[in-house]
Design a binder for this molecule. Structure first.
Ligand SMILES: Cc1ncc(C[n+]2csc(CCOP(=O)(O)OP(=O)(O)O)c2C)c(N)n1
Ligand SMILES: [Mg+2]
Length: 336
């Protein structure tokens, strides 16, 4: 039964949990494939993988409704897949091909989808935070009941523009959720070395903004906190800060020598806190899925990811005259 609540799965149905498993696995396998294609020289330039952080975006997307908006940093492939963008279009963009979301002209950090209300992909640390408030300003002005998720990292949380944005967002009661993805590092700098006020969400108190910290390796807890945040925003109470405690398993980008942390530290997180394993165990021990059920999902995900890689390899590079297109927008701002 699709909507039955299993007795040991409080506040979640078996099908929802299977959906989270599937969505998180899609991100992980997609990112692993992107890492491989990068190693083969098929992806060039910057490429920041999201492996380890899957429960953050999957949990928050579960709290979102159709029409809500999202904007994030350069670590963005997971956000795109989670909001329903097509794996083929994302992989083809990573490889710089015509079939990509930006026709192969943007790459990893520059993809957008009007249909899925995904506003990037931003390489300048913290730049997406005021953009997120701007999106929320438009929604408030248009009285459409939408909420914006503005994702940024622990490093970005030390940016001045974040605090200017907090002030204005609270002043104008903007429906924006500031999601701090605290993965404990900003490139090679541990959060312990970058601040003496490590509870990042509490900084919102200086502006009167409500918020909380949440375990980002537990997709159900993320969804629960996300739902609280969404309700707060939709009720017209202004912005909300969620500090989601997470961890990235891979380097900052594909060119990270990883000398700032030990292998043991990473392995411990993988062994003891992995979000996908956690859901897998819940499904198996609760008797909600068999090994074979999960194997079938693994197979289905592998097929989607392989198909996206094949599509990306077969798609041609953009034609030279594409250099002169898509430079200026030809839509009036109110249509956007
Ligand atoms: C304004 C600006 N300063 C510095 C950089 C270089 N830079 C790129 S990512 C990064 C670290 C950001 O870390 P964090 O916000 O924690 O996000 P994470 O990479 O962990 O997702 C830095 C310093 C940049 N892109 N933009
Ligand atoms: Mg970080």
């Amino acid at each position: 039964m699709a909507t039955r609540k299993a007795p040991d799965l409080p506040n979640v149905s078996k099908d929802e949990l299977l959906g989270y498993y599937r969505d998180m696995l899609l991100i992980r396998r997609f990112e692993e494939k992107a890492g491989q294609l990068y190693g083969m020289g098929l992806i060039g330039g910057f490429c920041h993988l999201y492996i380890g952080q899957e429960a953050v975006v999957v949990g928050l997307e579960a709290a979102a409704e159709e029409g809500d908006k999202r904007v994030t940093s350069y670590r963005d492939h997971g956000h795109m897949l989670a909001c329903g963008m097509d794996a083929r279009g994302v992989m083809a963009e990573l490889t710089g091909r015509e079939g990509g979301y930006s026709k192969g002209k943007g790459g990893s950090m520059h993809m957008f989808s009007k249909e899925r209300h995904f506003y990037g992909g931003h390489g300048i640390v913290g730049a997406q935070v005021p953009i997120g408030a701007g999106l929320a300003f438009a929604d408030k002005y248009n009285e459409n009941g939408r909420v914006t998720f503005a994702y940024f990292g622990d490093g970005a949380a030390n940016q001045g523009q974040v605090y200017e944005t907090y002030n204005m967002a609270q002043l104008w009661d903007l429906p924006v959720i500031f999601v701090i993805e605290n993965n404990q590092y900003a490139m090679g700098t541990s959060v312990k070395r970058s601040t003496k006020s490590p509870s990042l969400w509490e900084r919102g108190a200086a502006y009167g903004i409500a918020g909380e910290a949440v375990d980002g390796m537990d997709v159900l807890k993320v969804k629960e906190a996300g739902t609280r945040a969404v309700e707060h925003c939709r009720a017209g109470k202004g912005p909300y800060i969620l500090e989601v405690m997470t961890y990235r398993y891979r380097g900052h980008s594909m060119s990270d020598p990883a000398k700032y942390r030990s292998r043991e530290e990473v392995q411990k997180m993988r062994d003891e806190r992995d979000a996908i394993e956690h859901v897998r165990e819940m499904l198996l021990t609760g008797g909600h899925a068999t090994d074979d059920d999960l194997k079938a999902i693994d197979k289905e995900i592998k097929a989607i990811v392989n198909d996206s890689a094949e599509f990306a390899k077969e798609s041609p590079e953009p034609a030279l005259d594409e250099l002169w297109t898509d430079i200026y927008a030809d839509v009036a701002p109110q249509d956007a």
